[in-house]
Design a protein around this ligand. Structure first.
Ligand SMILES: C[S@@+](CC[C@H](N)C(=O)[O-])C[C@H]1O[C@@H](n2cnc3c(N)ncnc32)[C@H](O)[C@@H]1O
Length: 262
């Protein structure tokens, strides 16, 4: 189904409303951050963000920066960004996700986190409103021809954007995604992991644009329970060497980190 149609939006809203409800409605205690958690600890330790060493320094000091978070879901990364001192505006198409993000802000005492309903294809913000933009697993839900120019419009000159996305160039992964069950898998919707053609469209109009594929061998832990993920740093190191010396393998990675500077 083409993205940015009413039906696509309705399906996305229904899916994410019900998922966020299932995870958090009965368990608001899951929304509390641990004392050591913030955006910096996240980029240093998250299995995808930390797979590329340059991620942790890309934004620099985010304190006091106006930051837009795309497709915030239940507000986990929005609250980490706010806890690290950014002035965060988060949006999502799903009303229940936005309400959960607002509750997370309240429970974690983060008055600098504001969440609202919105779609990436039509942002309700003036031109040059944000220093930074961040999104995790959201660009591949958007129509790049409409949402790409919107991101460029709302970023300030010199503004930066960082996105962590699934990469859709590996036919085996596409098969697994569509047909094979694995732990913690979300229901498959009409979204599609990003192709290189789409990634290049997201990069149009920026003074600097680069991306880094991650999780070649690293992806195998996804098939195992969470406790196995401690093995990841070793796999990241192996991946870095393999992908450096064999660039044709990069397209088969599971994730891509996209970095834009206006
Ligand atoms: C895979 S979830 C990621 C949520 C969150 N970023 C995270 O990492 O947990 C994708 C999110 O994008 C939202 N979404 C889907 N299409 C959207 C659109 N067109 N505009 C804004 N948000 C959208 C969904 O409601 C959902 O919360």
């Amino acid at each position: 189904m083409p993205k940015a149609t009413n039906q696509y939006y309705e399906d996305e809203k229904a899916k994410w409303d019900s998922l966020v409800d299932a995870h958090y409605a009965q368990h608001p205690e899951k929304l509390l951050l641990r004392p050591e958690q913030d955006f910096y600890s996240y980029v240093r330790t998250d299995k995808v963000a930390s797979a590329y060493p340059g991620t942790k320094d890309f934004f620099g000091d985010i304190r006091g920066k106006r930051l837009l978070e795309y497709g915030c879901g239940s507000g986990m990364t929005a609250s980490l960004l706010a806890k690290a001192g950014a002035d965060v505006t988060a949006f999502d198409i799903s009303e229940k996700s936005v309400a959960t993000t607002q509750l997370r802000a309240q429970l974690n005492n983060l008055p600098n986190l504001h969440a609202q309903v919105g779609v990436g294809e039509e942002l309700p913000f003036p031109d040059a409103s944000f220093d930074l933009a961040f999104g995790r697993a959201v660009l591949h839900h958007l129509d790049v021809d409409l949402a790409g120019p919107e991101l460029l419009r709302v970023l300030k000159p010199g503004g930066k954007a960082l996105f962590i996305e699934p990469l859709g160039m590996n036919p085996v992964l596409t098969y697994v995604r569509n047909h094979v069950p694995y732990p913690d898998k979300n229901p498959v919707g009409d979204d599609r992991p990003l192709t290189y053609a789409e990634i290049n469209k997201w990069g149009r109009g920026y003074s600097d644009f680069h991306y880094h594929e991650v999780h070649f061998f690293g992806m195998i832990v996804r098939a195992f329970p969470y406790r196995w993920h401690v093995r990841l740093p070793v796999l990241h190191k192996v991946d870095r060497v393999v992908l450096r010396y064999a660039p044709p393998l990069r397209r088969f990675c599971r994730y891509v980190l996209i970095m834009l500077e206006k």
